[in-house]
Design a protein around this ligand. Structure first.
Ligand code: PGA
Length: 270
């Protein structure tokens, strides 16, 4: 794992955008996995900025949404489909046919999840899976206890999530109890995983994910198995890490290490 510690949230987003831009320069038909939530909003703004400046062209980029509530139409303002459209897709030249979403109202849920997994395989897999992390260590909607080899599937939301979501719905009956989410096994198959975290509320889950034991109780700890997992975190989110001075040192010396290896930084291997 690579741990990149940046001063603040804005720097976390800039660094992450740079990593994605570098990946795109090497593979124009980059396949990206996108999360929702508060954390990636700044990154999406930076990606839109890069697009407007000609840094990234999304014409051949493919996108997979990480998760979705069950029961909501794509047009519902609380659906993840709507979120991605509002915060990124409608601002760049990504082609509609290159955006793949979990459908919150599928006919046959199991069949839909299987075909989503198949679609990921058909396009050659996800090159960069972007992630946030929950305060309880979840990634996507894989809450603590999720199998570390899980695939895309139906999950039951925690009572806390359902309660918190009530704010966003006019009608309580509309508040989703279920979701569809890529599994931890699905995420681990991405060629690169880029996890962003900012703020002291994330310090404990970040420390458990990076330095704790690998356990289903902390789903993000499964990323310790990933050969190309990058955590880009701010000082506050890094505050619980025992080895943070080493991570800083390693990052400062990365250029020299890459020179020794004579490899191009951030290369996505097919
Ligand atoms: P947040 O959510 O970005 O809104 O903090 C992250 C997550 O729960 O995965």
């Amino acid at each position: 794992m690579e741990v990149i510690i940046k001063k603040d949230y804005d720097d976390v987003c800039s660094e992450s955008a740079l990593i994605i831009e570098e990946a795109w320069k090497r593979k124009k038909n980059l396949v990206l996995g996108f999360p929702t939530g508060k954390t990636p909003l700044g990154l999406y703004e930076k990606l839109i900025g890069l697009y407007n400046q000609g840094g990234i062209d999304f014409a051949s980029v493919m996108a997979f949404n990480l998760d979705e509530y069950v029961g909501l139409e794509e047009s519902h303002p609380q659906s993840f489909a709507y979120y991605m459209d509002r915060h990124l897709f409608r601002h760049v030249n990504i082609k509609r046919e290159n955006v793949f979403r979990l459908n919150g109202r599928p006919g046959d849920i199991e069949d839909h999840c299987r075909s989503y997994e198949r679609k990921i395989q058909e396009v050659g897999g996800i090159d960069v899976q972007i992630l946030g992390i929950g305060e309880n260590g979840h990634i996507a909607f894989n809450e603590p206890g999720s199998s570390l080899s899980s695939r895309t599937r139906l999950k039951i939301l925690t009572p806390e999530t359902v309660e918190a979501n009530k704010l966003f719905f006019q009608n309580e009956k509309e508040v989703p109890r279920f979701c569809l989410t890529m599994g931890i096994g699905t995420i681990l198959e991405a060629k690169m995983v880029l996890l962003l975290a900012a703020g002291k509320d994330k310090a404990e889950s970040v420390a458990r994910a990076i330095e704790g034991p690998v356990t289903a109780s902390v789903p993000a700890s499964a990323l310790q198995f990933h050969a190309r997992a990058i955590f880009v975190i701010d000082e506050a989110a890094a505050s619980g890490l025992t080895n943070r001075d080493y991570y800083r040192w390693a990052y400062e010396n990365k250029g020299r290490a890459l020179d020794l290896l004579k490899i191009v930084p951030l290369k996505i291997r097919d």
